[in-house]
Design a protein around this ligand. Structure first.
Ligand code: DX5
Ligand code: ZN
Length: 215
């Protein structure tokens, strides 16, 4: 059974309260929040005040995905916003080991994200310290993009690396997830599926989340 993290990037930002309550009532395991700075990725989304407001309504852990340069600058602010998981990009951290320790010291789960072109071997030395690894299955910055099929093999390679390094990190996949790519990802060794467009553009988001859960 998959863990499911619906991405509110595809929610209706004018009706966030309604959409967060829908996730509360669903079988989702967490809520995925995408933060973009317009520099690390060519788009801007939401920041601290919005995350705080979401946290007031949310009844599931907040899985905060930071697509920003040098995310280590904001560890305490992200914690104070109510995040349970802080997800930083490998490509955005010069001193990744330090950032991971700071996230854990702040009482959050530490997750590292890899862009599609970054090989899993880059995490070999830090894998045992991580609670989660997020593989991007699209280039970050936008919802509703097409899944990159090579990520299936990458998921298998990551599974092997985590086993070899005795890491307990969960594997999360983000981008272009639907029932078909989701099933393939679960077979490849994924634990958590992020889904934005597929959930929020569906006629019955509650049912869509439930179907993803059952993969
Ligand atoms: C993309 C974001 C994703 C996005 C996924 O940069 O990190 O979380 O919301 O969207 P879908 O599921 O629509 O591909
Ligand atoms: Zn994301």
């Amino acid at each position: 059974m998959a863990l499911v993290s619906p991405s509110i990037l595809s929610a209706d930002f004018g009706n966030l309260d309604r959409d967060i309550k829908m996730i509360n009532a669903s079988r989702a395991d967490m809520i995925h929040i995408d933060v973009m700075d317009g520099v690390f990725v060519p788009n801007i989304s939401i920041g601290f005040p919005a995350i705080k407001s979401i946290a007031k309504v949310a009844e599931k852990p907040l899985d905060v995905h930071l697509m920003i340069v040098d995310p280590g600058r904001y560890v305490s602010q992200i914690r104070d916003c109510g995040a349970s998981i802080m997800n930083v990009h490998y490509e955005a951290c010069t001193h990744l080991h330090r950032v991971v320790q700071q996230i854990k010291d702040a009482g959050m789960k530490a997750a590292v994200t890899l862009n599609p072109a970054t090989p899993v071997v880059m995490l070999e030395d830090i894998a045992p310290d991580l609670d989660m690894v997020l593989l991007m299955s699209v280039n970050p910055g936008f919802g509703g993009q097409k899944f990159i099929p090579e990520i299936l093999n990458k998921t298998k390679r990551l599974r092997r690396l985590l086993d070899e390094t005795k890491s307990k990190a969960l594997i999360e996949i983000d981008g272009g997830v639907n029932l078909s790519t989701g099933a393939d990802l679960m077979a490849a060794g994924a634990d958590i599926l992020v889904a934005g467009n597929f959930v929020f553009s569906s006629e019955n988001p509650l049912d869509t989340i439930s179907r993803l859960k059952d993969l």
